[in-house]
Every structure is written in C-alpha cells, then in structure tokens.
Write a protein that binds this ligand. Structure first.
Ligand SMILES: CC(C)(COP(=O)(O)OP(=O)(O)OC[C@H]1O[C@@H](n2cnc3c(N)ncnc32)[C@H](O)[C@@H]1OP(=O)(O)O)[C@@H](O)C(=O)NCCC(=O)NCCS
Length: 244
C-alpha cells in the first residue's frame, strides 16, 4: 500500500503522508506457487511480495477491511461514532503502513486479479518501525482522541502477550467472508511457517487474536496459547506461539 488509508477517493489519498514512498514496479522477486481452493475448485495464485518490490498494497487494503469489518478490536477502537467504513480504512491503513515502511512481508492469495486473502507479518531481528509520527498523528486526528485511548489500552494489554524468542509475528491475517472456509487462512499461515523455518534468526511464529472463535483455528495449526488478557468489557486477547 502506498497507504490509501484515507478513504476511497484520489483526493483523500493525496493527504496520506506516507504515500510518497515509492514502490518499484519491476524486479519483483516474488515466489509464486499454486494453491487450489478446497471449496470452489478455483485456482489461486499465491505470491510472496516484499513491499519494496512492487506490492500493490492498495489491493490488500480493501480485502483486509472486508475481513476485519466485524473484528472485535476494530469495533472497540473505532467505537460507534462517524462513518465506520471510512474509519476502518484509516485504522487498517495505518497498520498496513507500518509494515510497508519497514518493508515487512505481505502475503496475498489471489483469485484471478482479486486478492482473496492477506497476511502481513513482522520479521524478527529488525529495529522497530521507522518514524511513523506523521502517519500516527494523521490517523488519530481523523479517528479522535477517544479512539486513540482505546487503541492505547489494547496495546497495553497486547504487548506482554507476545512471545519472547525471535519470531515472525503475524500482524494481520484476513480472508474476506466470501472466501472463508476454503483453506486460504491455512495456506497463508503455512507459508509464514515456512518463511520462519528458513529464517536463520527465527524460532517460530507468533500472533494474537481477540476473537474467541479463532482460538481453535490456531490450535489446529499447531499454535499454543502463551498469554491471555482482558482489554475491555467483552474484549479479550490471546497470545499464540508456534515453534518451528
Ligand atoms: C480466521 C480466518 C483468517 C480463517 O481463514 P479461513 O480461510 O476461513 O480458514 P481456513 O479455511 O484456512 O481453515 C483452516 C482450518 O481451520 C478450521 N477453522 C477455520 N475457522 C475455524 C474456527 N473459527 N474454529 C475452528 N476451526 C476453524 C477449518 O475448518 C480448517 O480446518 P481443516 O484445514 O482441517 O479443514 C478468517 O476466517 C478471517 O479472516 N476471519 C476474519 C478476520 C479474523 O478474525 N482474522 C484473524 C485475526 S487473529
């Protein structure tokens, strides 16, 4: 994403401060492999993309927003005020921007030209995100101080739930509802597991979920719970780690 976190229109995009990051169009070292939908039988292309090597990050923002539209953290942070859809794009756009500027991996499955599933990750052993102050201030100016306070509360609980050993951290895993249940979430995570195994410094894969319904999904894929916290009324977070 050259960070279209600011809405659908081109004029909005021009206000997104990280848009100036230039993505190369050529030389994408993408590793493509075939994945087959277990349900519809459609062939899906899976591509490992590094943002600096041509990721059309705009393509993944919409699908991530679809997948996370009803996710408990988004509802909690964004609250009831304003245009939820637009505020969701702003918040998810900010998360995505943090990964794009760090050149972290963004994995996407495709159904034809359409992105059908997305995983965004943080690599082990790199310094934290570069200065995101401008993007952060822009984001919270749009979303408001109440939303920021709720976000800070989430981060406060969420931080200690993460595994201590060097790991690949899955920041977001999202499959839009119409593609769910076809094995795409599993496919994306298995690719992250492989990347972790191939990385000299990584000991495994970590992630958190704030949806109780996802807990069996991760346990089935070999993750174990390493932490649990309560963020707010009816909102909990589980930390997971899957050793290589
Ligand atoms: C969670 C999510 C990524 C799963 O992706 P998906 O493509 O629908 O899942 P898959 O089809 O790959 O399922 C993989 C396996 O987990 C199982 N599974 C999926 N969701 C499950 C659930 N809620 N509970 C138990 N098992 C589940 C499937 O049956 C499947 O098992 P199998 O391979 O043995 O048949 C997707 O539903 C999603 O994006 N949800 C909304 C956003 C979200 O919650 N993201 C995760 C944030 S932590």
């Amino acid at each position: 994403m050259t960070a279209t976190a600011g809405g659908d229109g081109a004029s909005d995009r021009s206000h997104w401060p990280v848009r100036r990051i230039t993505l190369q169009e050529e030389g994408d070292p993408a590793v493509a492999r075939r994945a087959k939908s277990s349900a519809g039988g459609a062939h899906l292309r899976m591509t490992d993309r590094q943002p600096h090597a041509g990721v059309p990050a705009d393509d993944v923002l919409g699908p991530l927003c679809e997948a996370f539209a009803d996710y408990p953290v988004m509802r909690y942070v964004l609250g009831a005020e304003g245009d939820y859809r637009e505020r969701l794009r702003t918040l998810v756009g900010f998360f995505l921007t943090a990964r794009v500027v760090r050149k972290d991996p963004i994995l996407a499955t495709y159904d034809g030209d359409e992105v059908s599933g997305v995983a965004i990750c943080t690599l082990p052993g790199l310094p934290g995100p570069p200065d995101l102050d401008e993007a952060r201030e822009w984001t919270w100016a749009r979303l408001g101080s109440d939303a920021r306070a709720r976000y800070d509360q989430w981060i406060h609980i969420w931080g200690p739930l993460n595994a201590a050993e060097p790991n690949f951290h899955v920041n977001m895993l999202g499959v839009p509802p119409r593609y769910q249940g076809r094995g795409l979430g599993r496919t994306l995570l298995e690719r992250v597991h492989a990347m972790s195994r191939e990385h000299p410094d990584s000991r495994g894969v970590s992630l958190t979920t704030e949806s109780a319904g996802n807990v069996p999904f991760y346990e089935r894929l070999g993750y174990r719970i390493v932490g649990h916290g309560r963020i707010g009324p009816g909102l909990e977070s589980w930390g997971f780690f899957r050793p290589d």
